[in-house]
Design a protein around this ligand. Structure first.
Ligand code: UD1
Ligand code: F6R
Length: 691
């Protein structure tokens, strides 16, 4: 995921935007990024200065300082765009930093959050039109596409927002976009789809209204001169598009009119996150999907490309009450909590552009050309540490079932300690959030030396594991800041399930099972949201019954063994409470001795083929006066004296995605209750780069 922040200051500017933007970028450092950049109007008309750098915002500041631009010069009207990038397309290199440009003269410059899923098709089209690409990013296609549509429509004298409409209609995926152009000096266009974007508004005098009017097109006419291209796969390009007939600029929004009826001087700050703008202004309006915000002549205009029935005709200007620290975490107290609650969205990002729910097909671009080799391998070994290891355990059974390849799951350190034999016809999958875990990297080198095919399942693009594996899948969960891994777990889990589905897509006998799983994936985000509704009751349960305990046992079997292990790890690392995940079948082989009326026991008893066996474990616990807390599906009847937490039912192999969430919440609330700094638990680091 990429992050955007922008300072756009129009009129009565004291200092050029570069410094303000730099500060805005710094405010978003907490979100994690690997490179930064900005573009700002140059001294002369038609000139744009771009500064980019891999590393921290400090490194970018250094680049700007060395460029010896006059940062004290006063402009009447000045626009700039800036960005911190978390690599998704292409490694963190200067050439991949944003802003991306349309051509060497930087006629159009773009910063972008999100992922354009049809960038390959657009890139192909533009390459066939003679455009030369400089980067590996999906974003570069947007800048070049702007130039292409601009050049092809010169006779229409389009204004910037009309041009933007013609471009974004072709974009698929998720985006928060800011665009500037030397053809529209001092103007910026901002638009979003599925990625946050807000406008900070700063005026000297009080705003006349606390909303901005949305401008709908008056008349539409078919613009048949948008270049039709028979070879294009891009929707709409060949169809002729609708643009407003009247090309006149709309009047100033009521909000920015002074009492004398003339427009007030205003500054606008566009950002993906309020943290970037709050030091300038607390007045913000949040853009909606498909809004096109156009800032020119010191005014803000919000356009829609069509007259939707019932659409809201205003965007309210809100006053942020929060302090900076609060804003960075949104309404959450800790990053871990924020990341737990982000899961309905992060799992979608993992599947975006990869699972087609209409055709029930899976496309993992990073594995496409390796699938045949993987299918032919003698065995598949999954190697990881900690939480990432648990995601392997959670998906091992479905891998074996769908691919019919024997799968072993290994802890990286143990695998190395044993100097386990590895052969050329093995496929080894390395799972890591950070992509920098030393144990996993060493195991990877060990397997590379022995000639095995290596596959990475990694969150950080450009990380060592992502670069050193032959192929792989980026889980696209976005940066994970909290030391306890939460959203990375659910996304790794889904990435591994997608890999198993991909490997088995040639098998007719597995097609019904595959369909069932894809259907499950379709609903998973919504179901995760449903589980998150348990938050309050879990907090109460932690406060009332669990927090005074010394120890906790988690029982599961089959698919839920991994959930029990992951829940126990979360609880011990964050709340420092001793907890153990136990395979329910092993209870009678020793662990039962621990059970008494005090020890809390959480049992994963959602419905799958092993349900009766899990229930027999519950009976064993109850017979020894134990008090189980049961994670079950709605409608399942248990003795009313047991506590239950109901989670929605899904396919057996995906149920762990839902069952783990109450455990994440439990570890969180137990830690908060003990006053532990949840995001930085003692003795632990986010990325373990030592053996
Ligand atoms: C690419 C985009 C992705 C977008 C999709 C849409 C990149 C980095 N990703 O994803 O954001 O949603 O197109 O079409 O451009 N790789 C490894 N080891 C790893 C992980 C990945 O070698 O651990 C390799 C892959 O084999 C591939 C490249 O890195 O060559 C990108 O991987 P991934 O992001 O998963 O590829 P796509 O799903 O095609
Ligand atoms: C637990 C946790 C760790 C990591 C482990 C591997 O919450 O975060 O157990 O899962 O250190 O790290 P990655 O996935 O970065 O290789």
């Amino acid at each position: 995921m990429d992050l955007v922040t922008v300072g756009l200051r129009v009129r009565e500017l004291a200092i050029p935007g570069a410094r303000a933007m730099e500060a805005g970028l710094q405010r978003q450092e907490y979100r994690g990024y690997d490179s930064a950049g900005l573009a700002v109007d140059g001294d002369k008309a038609g000139e744009v200065e771009i500064f980019r750098s891999v590393g921290k915002v400090k490194a970018l500041a250094e680049v700007i300082n060395n460029a010896k631009i006059n940062t004290e010069k006063v402009f009447d009207c000045h626009a700039g765009i800036a960005h911190t990038r978390w690599a998704t397309h292409g490694q963190p290199k200067t050439v991949n930093c944003h802003p991306q440009r349309s051509d060497p003269n930087s006629e159009f410059t773009v910063v972008h959050n999100g992922i354009i899923t049809n960038y390959r098709e657009i890139r192909e089209l533009l390459t066939s039109k003679g455009f030369k690409f400089e980067s590996e990013t999906d974003t570069e296609v947007i800048a070049k596409f702007f130039k292409y549509i601009y050049d092809s429509n010169k006779q229409h004298n389009l204004d910037f927002s009309q041009l933007a409409k013609l471009v974004i209609i072709e974009l698929e995926g998720a985006y928060g976009l800011l665009i500037k152009s030397i053809h529209y000096q001092d103007e910026v266009v901002a638009t979003r789809k599925g990625s946050p974007l807000l406008v900070g508004v700063k005026t000297e005098k009080k705003l006349k209204t606390d909303f901005v009017d949305v401008e709908f097109p008056d008349t539409l006419e078919e613009l048949s001169s948008v270049p039709a291209d028979a070879n294009s796969n891009i929707n709409g390009t060949a169809n002729g598009l609708l643009i407003p007939k009247d090309n006149l600029r709309h009047s100033v929004s009521r909000a920015f009119m002074s009492d004398e009826g003339i427009p007030m001087a205003a500054e606008f700050f566009l950002a993906s996150d309020p943290a970037a703008v709050v030091e300038h202004t607390k007045k913000v309006l949040f853009l909606e999907d498909d809004d096109i915000a156009h800032i020119y002549d010191g005014q803000l205009h919000i356009h829609r490309s069509s007259n939707e029935v019932g659409a809201s005709t205003i965007r309210s200007i809100q006053t942020l009450e929060m302090e900076l620290a609060e804003i960075m975490k949104g309404s959450f107290d800790h990053f871990m909590q924020k990341e737990i609650f982000e899961q309905p969205e992060s799992v979608i990002n993992t599947m975006r552009g990869r699972v087609d729910f209409e055709t029930n097909t899976i496309t993992l671009g990073g594995l496409r050309s390796y699938l045949t080799t993987i299918r032919r391998c003698r065995r598949l070994i999954m190697i990881a540490c900690g939480t990432s290891y648990h995601s392997c355990l959670a998906t091992r059974a479905i891998f074996e079932e769908l691919t019919e390849i024997p799968v072993s799951v290994e802890l990286a350190s143990d695998f190395l300690d044993r100097r386990s034999p590895v052969f050329r016809d093995d496929t080894v999958v390395f799972v890591s959030q950070s992509g920098e875990t030393a144990d996993t990297i060493l195991a990877l080198q060990y397997c590379l030396d022995r000639g095995a095919l290596t596959v990475g399942i990694v969150n950080s693009v450009g990380s060592s594991i992502s670069r050193q594996t032959h192929c792989g899948v980026h889980i696209n969960a976005g940066p994970e800041i909290g030391v306890a891994s939460t959203k990375a777990y659910t996304s790794q889990y889904i990435a591994l399930v997608m890999m198993a589905l991909s490997l088995s897509d040639d098998s007719l006998s597995k097609s019904a099972r595959r369909l069932e799983i894809i259907e499950g994936l379709k609903n998973i985000s919504e179901q995760i949201s449903k589980v998150l509704e348990l938050n309050d009751s879990i907090k109460t349960m932690c406060d009332e019954t669990l927090s005074d305990q010394k120890s906790l046992l988690l029982l599961g079997r089959g698919y839920q063994h991994a959930t029990a292990l992951e829940g126990a790890l979360k609880i011990k690392e964050i709340s420092y409470m001793h907890s153990e995940g136990v395979l329910a079948g092993e209870l009678k082989h020793g662990v039962l001795a621990l059970v008494d009326e005090n020890l809390p026991i959480i049992v994963m008893a959602t419905r799958d083929s092993l349900f009766p066996k899990v229930m027999s474990a519950v009976q064993q616990v109850v017979a020894r006066s134990g008090n189980p807390i049961i994670i079950c599906n709605p409608g399942d009847k248990f003795d009313p004296k047991y506590k239950t937490l109901e989670v929605p039912a899904t396919v057996d192999c995906l149920q762990g995605l839902l069952n783990v969430i109450p455990l994440q919440l439990m570890s969180y609330w137990l830690a908060v209750r003990k006053g532990i700094d949840v995001d930085f638990p003692r003795n632990l680091a986010k990325s373990v780069t030592v053996e």
